[in-house]
Design a protein around this ligand. Structure first.
Ligand code: GLV
Ligand code: MN
Ligand code: MN
Length: 415
């Protein structure tokens, strides 16, 4: 068989994505399928069934990461790994992460039905809790696998409402496996992740494939403010300790510093206000800050500037402040050889391709720390993602999966 002529089945990939999009479907055609929830379990069960139909060997590790392996001719050579995440934002779309898992499944199906014997093992991975929107932080499964967190720390994380505990929920849905969660248990030669761009560049420039040189660093902080609750009517404006008002000034600081520093983005995306009543002065606020840049030191400097200003505001408003660094993943420069392989493979297949940088975080931010990694991007319509209207033309999904297929065929047959 002439491997260079092989292509994925675009119609099958589409129907697989559509079937996945029924699990956790929202009224607006988006998805809510957060890690370690009932919807996650249904999704995982379906994935495992699909992997088994391809004859894959399944391993579920202590963090619920699912690995589906097709053994190669020479198991002593390191494996080629591909995949992404099947969980979503709350609410999110039907492509973020999912395309990387189901694109990998489509590649596995093509390889399996053509009885292709690769030199190296091929492994599809579904990483647990990439999004971190319900249980923070993001990239939890891959972060433990790489060794950046202990599994005990991850198990103890509480959901956004502070009610359920991650480890207990993972066990409840039947996906707290027994296999050690560590990259040291695996010999990985190279890793590829197919993903939607989640930004506007490819769509606006009408380019079919994006080849990121790497991923920005991601720094997550949690901030708690304490105020003094009181009846809003009789309490004079002067002398209040309004935690929400202090937060409002801090939100402006995050935006201002990100603008002033440049080459970075800074966002407050989550806030809880207590007791959240229109006629009570707020006495507690929790909020988050997300900072991203290609330059890790630049991002740290921005946080230091923000924190200094937060402390001045907190003092002036009489609202004690506590901050915590929740997650910090360094910027991830990809392997030059694999990056070039994505570009060359796209060109061989006749797709337009652009070298770029990933602003979105991915499990590859973690995985790239212990092996050689690269990613393949396809356009996001209007650059929208982490929203229910997130969309990518199925034709583009097919192109991305073809690039993934050929990157894998080349890499998995390397001696
Ligand atoms: C991952 O979803 C991110 O926050 O970029
Ligand atoms: Mn993703
Ligand atoms: Mn995401």
């Amino acid at each position: 068989m002439n491997l260079s002529e092989l292509r994925v089945d675009g119609a099958r990939l589409q129907s697989t994505i559509e079937e996945s999009a029924r699990i956790g479907k929202t009224e607006n055609n988006g998805l809510i399928r957060c890690a370690a929830t009932d919807e996650d379990k249904i999704g995982r069960d379906l994935l495992v069934k699909w992997y088994r139909e391809c004859g894959c060997e399944i391993t579920i590790d202590e963090m619920g990461n699912i690995f589906a392996k097709r053994p190669g001719k020479n198991p002593k050579l390191g494996a080629v790994m591909t995949g992404s995440h099947f969980d979503t934002q709350r609410p999110g779309g039907r492509f973020d992460g999912i395309l990387g898992v189901l694109g990998a499944l489509e590649v596995m199906r093509v390889i399996s039905e053509n009885n292709i014997q690769l030199e190296r093992d091929l492994i599809i991975v579904d990483w647990t809790n990439e999004e971190g929107g319900w249980f923070s932080p993001a990239c939890m499964g891959s972060g433990v696998w790489v060794g950046n967190h202990t599994k005990e720390w991850a198990y103890a994380r509480k959901d956004r409402d502070g009610v359920t505990v991650f480890g207990e929920e993972l066990e409840r849905i039947g996906y707290k496996g027994s296999f050690p969660c560590s990259h040291k248990e695996w010999d990985i030669y190279a890793a590829f992740e197919l993903h939607i761009e989640q930004g506007p560049q490819l769509y606006n420039e009408k380019i079919q494939i994006g080849a990121p040189k790497g991923i920005l660093c991601l720094h997550w902080y949690d901030i708690w403010l304490e105020g003094t609750a009181n009846q809003v009517g009789p309490t004079p404006m002067i002398g209040r300790n309004d935690a929400l008002l202090a937060f409002s000034e801090m939100n402006i600081v995050v935006n201002k510093v990100a603008h002033q520093m440049g080459n970075m983005v800074g966002t407050v995306g989550e806030i809880q206000n207590y007791p959240n009543s229109r006629n009570i002065i707020p006495d507690a606020v929790h909020f988050t800050v997300d900072i991203r840049s290609w330059d890790d030191a630049h991002a740290v400097k921005a946080w230091e500037m923000m924190k200094k200003e937060f402390e001045v505001i907190a003092e002036r408003r009489g609202c004690p402040i506590r901050t915590e660094e929740t997650w910090k993943v360094a910027h991830a420069p990809f392997d030059k050889g694999l990056w070039d392989r994505v570009v060359e493979t796209s060109e061989e297949l006749g797709y337009s391709c652009k070298r770029m940088v990933s602003g979105a975080g991915h499990d590859m931010s973690e995985v790239n720390q212990v092996t050689r990694g690269a990613m393949i991007f396809v356009p996001s319509i209007n650059g929208r993602s982490h929203v229910e209207v997130e969309d990518t033309p199925y034709e583009d999904c097919e192109h991305g999966a073809n690039v993934l297929l050929h990157c894998i065929l080349k890499t998995a047959n390397e001696a």
